[in-house]
Design a protein around this ligand. Structure first.
Ligand SMILES: *Cc1c(COP(=O)(O)O)cnc(C)c1O
Length: 393
């Protein structure tokens, strides 16, 4: 009898209800292909949009930084752990995002925890899209502000809620994902900033899946819509298209100065390693030099989606390289993913509770690392499995 036996029961119940998620082990680097549990598989499920996770320029920058700075920063950044390359990365990201200033944190997740509870509190109201990422939800939970959820990407609902609540609020913050990771749809940011201005609310966008994907050379959703002067706070990750690890916030110098004084993950958790920091700098440099990889990513996504649609698959409402293959039934999605795996394709089934019941799908993540031949193989395999399981005629 152990005090933790209740967790064993919880785990068993996950097993019984099919919600237990077995975690696979990868050998070697991320790329178009990778080795999963010892087998070479086509990789359709990483966020390595631009193939940066194993790019020679980034690897070399990381090696050099270790030679100069060692492997760890030694302390939280506010005491003695801010290295010159941290400042260099922040200046580079601010320039890249056309923002006044930037603060780099350990992860995109932490960036949301650093900003939301720090700039909102008692008497404030946060308006949050109902499909926002878990780290936004947790950031809101850490705040003493009240949270009002609005219907997904629904600006009419947002406006009605702002109208109903404005008399009760000291300050108001609207927060949304830029690109929603399960459907690949984009937040209606121009309309959001319009209603925000109408009600004097601050706007924050978490662009984890838009970074390196949308906008000029992958500058993100704010640049995509040309809203640089109208979005107050941008959160980004260095762990998806940038291929490394880390998160950041960009905005006015006042915002960033304040986060460096009061953001708890900044003050109480050690910053990025020299290797991660230098690799992230190299990622931005690659993007500043050329948009070739961003263009290839979009080409690949269009090619793949066309192949799937022509074969009769429904790819939902995606507007980005996130490509869901909508199947509906939970068990069908699991079986589909298993059959793909047996044929050398690693693409995950996404089911309830991650998405609504009856909206199960295989989510394919495209990358500039893929070649057309890889995508031809993927489409042919989807068709074969789709016919076998009765999804296609
Ligand atoms: C992935 C993701 C994060 C977390 O980023 P990490 O750098 O992996 O911690 C935060 N927000 C959104 C919207 C994401 O998709």
């Amino acid at each position: 009898m152990s005090k933790l036996d209740f967790l064993k029961e919880e785990l068993e119940s996950l097993q019984e209800t099919g919600l237990f998620n077995p975690i696979r082990t990868i050998d070697g680097p991320q790329g178009a292909y990778f080795t999963v549990d010892g087998r070479r598989m086509l990789n359709l499920c990483s966020n390595n949009y631009l193939g940066f996770a194993n790019l020679p320029e980034l690897r070399e920058a990381a090696h050099r930084a270790i030679d100069v700075y060692g492997v760890g920063p030694g302390a939280v950044r506010s005491i003695s752990g801010t290295q010159r390359i941290h400042i260099e990365l922040e200046e580079k990201l601010a320039e890249f995002k056309h923002a006044e200033a930037c603060i780099v944190l350990q992860a995109g997740f932490t960036a949301n925890l650093a900003v939301i509870p720090t700039i909102t509190g008692d008497g404030d109201i946060i308006f949050s899209d109902e499909l926002n990422h878990a780290s936004i939800i947790d950031g809101c939970r850490l705040s003493k502000a009240r949270v009002v959820r609005y219907a997904h990407n629904n600006v009419d609902d947002l406006r009605a809620k702002l109208q109903a609540e404005k008399a009760n609020a000291r300050r108001m913050l609207i927060v949304t994902d830029g690109v929603f990771s399960m459907d690949g749809d984009i937040a209606p940011l121009p309309a959001i900033v319009d209603v925000a201005d109408e009600f004097g609310a601050m706007v924050m966008v978490d662009d984890a899946h838009g970074e390196g994907v949308l906008g000029k050379s992958g500058r993100g959703i704010v640049n995509h819509f040309g809203l640089e002067d109208r979005v107050d706070i941008e959160v980004g990750t260095l762990s998806k298209a940038f291929g490394v690890m880390g998160g950041y916030v960009t905005g006015s110098k006042t915002l960033i100065d304040y986060l460096k004084q009061r953001g708890r993950p900044f003050l109480f958790s050690t910053g990025l390693t020299p290797a991660d920091t230098a690799a992230a700098i190299a990622a931005v440099d690659v993007l500043l030099k050329s948009d070739e990889r961003v263009v290839k990513l979009w080409d690949n996504a269009a090619y793949f989606r066309k192949g799937l649609n022509e074969a009769g698959f429904d790819t939902g409402k995606t507007e980005t390289p996130i490509t869901p293959v909508m199947l509906g039934d939970e068990k069908l999605a699991s079986e589909f993913s298993k059959e793909l795996y047996a044929r050398g394709i690693f693409a995950s089934a996404i089911k309830y509770p991650t998405v609504a019941r009856g909206k199960a799908r295989i989510r394919c993540m495209l990358s500039a690392a893929h070649e057309k031949a890889d995508l031809d193989f993927a489409v042919a395999t989807f068709v074969e499995v789709g016919k076998m399981l009765g999804v296609l005629k």
